[in-house]
Design a protein around this ligand. Sequence first.
Ligand code: NAD
Ligand code: UDP
Length: 310
Amino acid sequence: MRILITGGAGFLGSHLCERLLDEGHEVICLDNFFTGSRDNIINLLPNPRFELIRHDVIDPFKAEVDRIYNLACPASPPHYQYNAIKTIKTSVMGAINVLGLAKRTRARAFQASTSEVYGDPEVHPQSESYWGHVNPIGIRSCYDEGKRVAETLFFDYHRQNNVDVRVVRIFNTYGPRMRPDDGRVVSNFIVQALRGHNLTIYGDGSQTRSFCYVDDLIEGFVRLMETEGVSSPVNIGNPSEFTMLQLAELVVKKVGGNSKITFHPLPSDDPKQRCPDITLAKKLLGWEPKVPLEEGIERTIAYFKKTLGL
Ligand code: NAD
Ligand code: UDP
């Protein structure tokens, strides 16, 4: 198949490009390089089945394709808050452009949605039937509401124009090719520990997240895209839940060194808990994560050690 991946030069996108090329597909990677980089996909450039296009998804684009994975959107809070208006334009206009293309080409369209659609959840763990608890006017809203509108557009194009759609709700995912300055918690803690700096916990560290290793997530993406008859968004994530304090302690233990754990103000609207209910993914896709946190953290530490030359 010929497959378009928007945001293909980012953390998740680059792993997806690699996986789909390995399966023998043609891959078109479209990216504006806001948070992604050529380094992430440099090894793929010599492959004749790989094409790289510098383009912004808020502007329409044309290509004859069979599948579209729409990943374009900054994912780390500091990056998506850097230009909040641009972030919401990317999610909303990006979705409209992807869906317009899917309608014309009859391609199947896949949206990288997020556990952020559940906001600061009052239901725990979160299953797909939960509608969420989202602040519409806070500092995270450009991302959360942008992704919620994108989901709405995907299902409206499906109902109104018969576009074949898949929507994945991704829970916190980590691994090699995160940027050292990404700003998300796993990369922050590992890079801080490797550099011998203190680890920065926001708040008292009792908030929870559930961390999925990138290889597990990509397997879930491909299964969801290629499974017939899926009519609902699907959570993909690792249901093992940890506090940020537990994560900091694990990273310090694995890296070694003398880093201390320090506490800093909690950003507003920071969700207190987050854990996926993956019953649907298990049932529909036969998918569940395989890489436990300790092992994934070890692999990610090895990546950052090499990248940072430490
Ligand atoms: P990332 O920031 O590494 O990747 C995003 C990519 O999109 C980058 O290559 C960036 O340059 C590109 N991009 C941003 N705006 C664009 C635009 N207007 N036009 C074209 N390209 C643009 O982040 P990631 O972790 O790889 O996330 C990929 C997708 O998965 C995002 O849509 C994100 O919202 C979603 N997601 C990720 C996680 C996670 O834990 N990694 C969790 C939930 C959702
Ligand atoms: N966090 C932290 N220290 C950091 C970066 C993040 O304690 O250096 C916290 C953050 O406040 C949040 C959790 O870790 O409670 C996960 O943050 P991240 O930005 O990785 O993802 P998200 O909040 O979008 O789930």
